[in-house]
Design a protein around this ligand. Structure first.
Ligand SMILES: [Zn+2]
Length: 133
């Protein structure tokens, strides 16, 4: 599953930028220890959780316009550069890199609306530090 271009998002819900072969995350230490191609980590700008279709997810049990996060097929979106990674790839212990399945344009208004909702729903009072994973 962890192969470039084989698992790209088919119909991303937000505007995308081109994915280059250099858009790979260091995932040697799994989802929590991932280092994006841009250098972002969970402790820096963090990553946002998304469902398999690419839309940002509601990771709480509270109702939201965002879709609930399923147990599998989830994605992580870099909050710094918009690279999208499949969590199955990030968790794959047999590889130390994961290829981006898409790269979102973080200036897309649709992204910003969902990201604001995401912060409100999922991060509550921690909006000054919108890191998730
Ligand atoms: Zn990044």
């Amino acid at each position: 599953m962890n192969r470039e271009a084989k698992n790209r998002l088919v119909s991303p819900p937000y505007k995308t930028l081109g994915v280059s072969p250099h858009d790979v995350a260091d995932s040697e230490y799994g989802v929590e220890g991932v280092i994006c191609a841009c250098g972002n980590t969970a402790d820096a700008s963090g990553f946002s959780a998304a469902v398999a279709t690419g839309r940002l997810a509601n990771i709480t049990i509270d109702p939201s316009e965002l879709p609930s996060l399923p147990e599998s097929g989830t994605l992580s979106v870099c909050n710094s550069c918009g690279c999208v990674y499949a969590n199955d790839d990030l968790k794959d212990a047999s590889t130390v890199i994961s290829y981006a399945v898409a790269r979102y344009d973080l200036t897309d208004p649709a992204w910003r609306v969902d990201r604001d909702t995401y912060i409100q729903v999922n991060l509550g009072a921690r909006v000054t530090s919108p890191s998730l994973w």
